[in-house]
Design a binder for this molecule. Structure first.
Ligand SMILES: [Zn+2]
Length: 258
């Protein structure tokens, strides 16, 4: 049976451990130490490493892991990933070694220029999306334009609502505070805030999310809705002419939101 478990790293990163029997593949190992500790504590064998994008808090642990484990490193074709053995891009399909998981690859530029997502279409659909789609939020635009990010988020939003979303950071409560500011009348956001707060009080991860929950509560996926566009326009103090413009205004608003 497959399980997907968060290994916390740094202040708020999650390294995702995909297990099958005694094998494990890790997604976005920014730090090797917590992975080594987890492998030892759980008596598991590392069989593959996957990276969604090149940021150090997602790939920084790869060299140390590869020193001790001779495993394939799968990562985006258009970015520099240490030790990469297989370059991935839009339309690729991979079988992750050791863990009985087949994944389709999407290009989702915006946070970084070559960011990828990985999606399984089996009976339990799962999505690994790094720092692009967060629970109730999205990544900052370090290397891409609002139009690119809006298009990338649209690809992810069109997946099955049941898809479980495994993203790279525990940002959910801060993101929900912003979501409530954008949509103060959205009852789904208030209900979700209560649920996620309870998880954090129990010291649990708020992730995975689902695409269905994101469609109801994530302001960045809801940027084309008239009520959200109106709020974006009011905050920006200008006319908002289309969904990309609305998304750009929301992203700028969130960048300054405390
Ligand atoms: Zn990043």
């Amino acid at each position: 049976m497959r399980t997907i478990i968060p290994i916390p790293a740094f202040r708020d990163n999650y390294i995702w451990a995909v297990t099958h029997e005694r094998s494990v593949a890790v997604v976005d190992p920014g730090d090797a130490a917590p992975v080594f500790a987890w492998l030892e504590a759980n008596d598991m064998r590392l069989t593959a490493i996957i990276a969604t994008h090149h940021h150090a808090d997602h790939v920084g642990g790869i060299p140390a892991l590869c020193e001790r484990h001779d495993v394939p490193v799968l990562g985006p074709a258009r970015e520099t990933v240490p030790g990469r053995t297989q370059a991935l891009g839009e339309g690729d399909h991979i079988d992750v070694p050791g863990v009985a998981l087949s994944l389709a690859v999407f290009d989702i530029p915006g946070h970084t220029a070559g960011h990828i997502a990985l999606y399984s279409t089996d009976a339990d659909p799962v999505l690994f999306c790094g720092d692009t789609l967060f629970a109730a939020g999205c990544g900052r635009l370090f290397e891409g334009t609002p139009a690119q990010m809006w298009s990338s988020l649209g690809k992810l939003a069109s997946l099955s609502p049941a898809t479980r979303v495994f993203c790279g950071h525990e940002y959910t409560l801060a993101n929900l505070r912003f979501a409530e500011a954008v949509e103060p009348d959205n009852a789904a956001i208030r209900a979700r805030t209560a649920r996620e707060q309870a998880k954090r009080e129990r010291d649990e991860a708020t992730l995975p999310s689902t695409i269905g929950a994101e469609l109801e509560t994530n302001p960045f996926l809801r940027a084309a809705r008239p009520a959200v566009m109106a709020q974006a326009a009011a905050h920006a103090g200008r006319n908002i002419v289309d969904p990309v413009d609305s998304f750009a205004a929301l992203r700028a608003w969130k960048d300054g939101f405390r």
